[in-house]
Design a protein around this ligand. Sequence first.
Ligand SMILES: [Zn+2]
Length: 424
Amino acid sequence: MKNFPLLAACFALLVSACAVPTRNGAQGELPTVTANLPAHSADLGRPSVLDEDDVETGATSSKLIPANAQKKIPQRMVRVLIVENSKSAYIKHTGRINIYTQDLSKKYKVSRRGTLAVKTHKNGQVQVGSLVSATPIIIEPVDGTQLEIDKVTYTGKFYALPGKNTFNLVEFTPLENYLYGVLPYEMHPTWALEALKAQAVAARTYTLKSIEKKADEPFDLYADVRSQMYKGSAHVQDSVKKAVDQTRGQVLAYKGELFYTYYHGNCGGGTDHVSIWNQKAPHIKPLGGNSCKFDAHSKSFNFKQDIPKSSAEKFARSQGLKGSLKSIKVAKKTGTGRASYLTLKTSGGSKTVLCASFRAATGIRSCKLTKISVGTTKVHLEGHGYGHGIGMCQDGAHGMAKQKYTYKQILKHYYPGSTLSQFR
Ligand SMILES: [Zn+2]
C-alpha cells in the first residue's frame, strides 16, 4: 500500500489548535459541573464514592467535592432502549425477579430461574408473564439475578413500555455500569489504559448530555450506533473496569456545561470542525478540530473502497438529480483535506451536497478523499480515516497513550478548550 505522508501539517489550522500537549502538563484540581437532569437520573442509584485518585492533593478549590460529600450523591441512572417496537420478546432470568406495575397495584415474583415472555396484548396493553397492563411493567432482578435478551446479559431492571401495537423494553441501569457495557464495543479493551480512560470520559459525557436532552422521552439512549454501542454490563473485562472506575464521575465541560463529546475511529491526520458534519451542533471550540499525528499506525489510516454505483445514484435521486451518475468531485475541503462538499454530476444535471450526507447514505468510510472514480457498476474511493472526523480520534488516542500521554492530555488534545470536571 502506498505510504502516505502524515497529514500533521498545521497549515490551515490556527496555531493554537495545532499545539501538541506536553507530557508533564499537570491539570490541577477538577472543577465540578452540573446539568439539569430529569429526576429519574438520580433516584434509585447506589451512592458513588470518589476515588482517591480523583482528589488531587494540594487542591484548594472550594468547587472540589469532598470525598465524604460525594458518598451522598446517588449514582445517575441511564435508560437504554434494548428492544424496539416489538410484538414479542423473551427474557431469561438466572434467579429471582419481581414483576410489578409502577403503582404496585399488580405485582408478583418468580423465585427461580426461568424465561419470561413479553408480548403485546389487546387495547395497547403489554403482557409480562401473567401480568397485563396499559402502563409500564417493571421487571426487577433481585439478589444479583441477571437478565438475558437475545443472548446479551444485563444487570439493570427493565421497563416494558406498552405502545399502540408494540412494546419497547428499556433497561434502567446505573451510569457507571452502563459504561462497562459501552467501552469494549467503542474501543478495543486491549488498548492502552490511558486511551480507554479517555474513552470512558468521552462516553460518560456523551451519556449525561443525552440524558439532559432526552428528559421528556421514554429513554435516553439507543444501544447501537445511533447513540453508543452497548451490550449489557454483566461481563466486565478488567481493563474496562479499571478505565471506568479510575475516571468515575469525570466528564468534559465547556464554559461550565456538558457537550456532545463526539468521537470516531480514525481522523486520517486531523480532526475537523463539527459544522461540516452536523450543522445544528453548537460551534464550540472543543468540537473545532485539531491536528493528529498519532493515528497513522492504524490500518484505518488509508483506505480503498468500492461502493455500488446504484447506492450513489439512489442518493443523487434523493437530491433531485435524475439520470445515470457521471462523476463525483470534491467541491470544497477543509484545511485537513476532508471534503466538506461534493459535486455529483449525472446525465440529468449536477448538484453540490454535503459530503457528510453522502457518507451517511452510502457508507463511505471517510470524507477525507484523495481519489474518486465512477465506473460502470461501482464507485471507487481512496482516502484517509474512518468515521466523521469530529472530536476524539480513537486511533489517535491509542497512539498518544502508547507514547505515554495521559488520558487528560489526550482529552485536552481532541477536545481543545474543554475542562475535565467532576460531575455532580
Ligand atoms: Zn487522528
